[in-house]
Design a protein around this ligand. Structure first.
Ligand code: ADP
Ligand code: MG
Length: 362
């Protein structure tokens, strides 16, 4: 069973940045306003995330790293209305199968913080040896409100995974990229990132600063000064043809009723911005970092009408759509997202981008 769990975990978490993304989302879900990240050796040696969120109750620590242990769904219908990032309770479980994981956490109701260690999904002693001893208890210690998760020796038990990783600095680059994207999208939270043993922060944003300032912090002044706002409140018309393969009348109807509204907000670079470097677009859908190649390709092709050859746009878009229109079967850790009425959604956005770029004097 442990081998299967290990393999499964290795498919969900394939590089340190994947583990970090899961933990960032958990900290954001926990209503944190400050998240500090410490990284050693590209995250392979150490990934430490410290937040000031609501913490975890002592009684919940025993099962924290069990698969499907989640505090985020209480009933099945909730699956259709997932407001929080995570909903499957698999991330910490997976990470605990392929690393040495420890947690220090304190809720505001508790006078003390508690520390617990995990290996292979189970709470264990401080030596990270599986003991089968069910009497292990979290240790009371002094601490601040919030949660600190420490992941050490990621992939120590999957040598092939470790070998497949890029250099420490490449892996660190991917970690920074993920933090930067969350820092841009999640403006009510401050993020900071340091390398272990160095006092200088590699990235640092304060909570509550405007979008352009966040982009300046992460991507530099040149991009930040060339941005146009994009705001869109649209509604999706139901296209019968797309769904007529569906035999079930009721289901058909429910799709029809739920298509409803789409909200898009973000910033895109103007057509005067000379940028020779490809920057991956930043897309969030319902506050989850995703990639969506069809959307990216469509917007890039609009820019081809405006940008001189060899220049690339930058875009950050936050889409909010009814969760019923998202394919929940896509694994939460998979970045590529699918939604119903994709063509229509893309068309709405592309039209908007086109009209924004056209309306600006060049
Ligand atoms: P999910 O996020 O899908 O519920 P995870 O494995 O990512 O599953 O996390 C399991 C549970 O651990 C969460 O549901 C949450 O209750 C708790 N948790 C994890 N990280 C934090 C954190 N930083 N602050 C508070 N609770 C947390
Ligand atoms: Mg999670």
């Amino acid at each position: 069973e442990s081998v299967i769990n290990k393999i499964a975990a290795g498919e969900i978490i394939i590089q340190p940045a994947n583990a970090l993304k899961e933990m960032l989302e958990n900290s954001i879900d926990a209503k944190s306003t400050m998240i500090e990240i410490l990284v050693k050796d590209g995250g392979m040696k150490l990934l430490q995330i410290t937040d000031n969120g609501h913490g975890i109750n002592k009684v919940d620590l025993g099962l924290l790293c069990e698969r499907f242990a989640t505090s985020k769904i209480s009933k099945f219908e909730d699956l259709e209305n997932i407001a929080t990032y995570g909903f499957r309770g698999e991330a910490l479980a997976s990470i605990s199968h392929i690393s040495r994981l420890s947690v220090v956490t304190k809720t505001s109701e508790s006078p003390l913080a508690y520390k617990a260690y995990y290996v292979n999904g189970k709470m264990c002693n401080a030596n990270f040896k599986e003991s089968g001893d069910s009497s292990i208890e979290p240790k009371p210690i002094a601490g601040k409100d919030g949660t600190q998760i420490v992941v050490e020796d990621l992939f120590y038990n999957i040598p092939s995974r470790l070998k497949a990783l890029k250099s420490k600095s490449d892996e660190f680059g991917k970690i920074l990229d993920v933090i930067g994207r969350y820092a841009i999208h999640t403006g009510h939270v401050g993020f900071s990132c340091k390398k272990y043993g160095e006092s200088l922060q590699v990235l640092s944003t304060r909570p509550g600063v405007p979008i352009r300032e966040r982009i300046r912090t992460v991507y530099g002044t040149s991009i930040a000064s060339e941005l146009l706002d994009i705001e869109l409140d649209g509604s999706l018309a139901y296209n019968k043809d797309k769904h007529n393969g569906n035999e079930n009348e009721n289901e058909n109807e429910s799709i029809c009723h739920t298509l409803g509204l789409i909200k898009v907000s973000g910033v895109i670079t103007n057509a005067n911005y000379n940028n020779k470097k490809r920057v991956q677009p930043i897309f969030f859908i319902n506050h989850r970092l995703v990639s969506c190649d069809p959307l990216k390709r469509a917007i890039n092709s609009v820019y081809q009408f405006f940008l001189p050859k060899g220049n690339y746009p930058f875009m950050y878009l936050s889409l909010e759509i009814d969760p019923k229109n998202l394919d929940v079967n896509i694994h939460p850790t998979k970045r590529e997202v699918r939604f119903l009425n994709e063509d229509e959604i893309i068309e709405l956005i592309v039209d908007k981008v086109h009209s924004i770029l056209s309306s600006v004097d060049t």
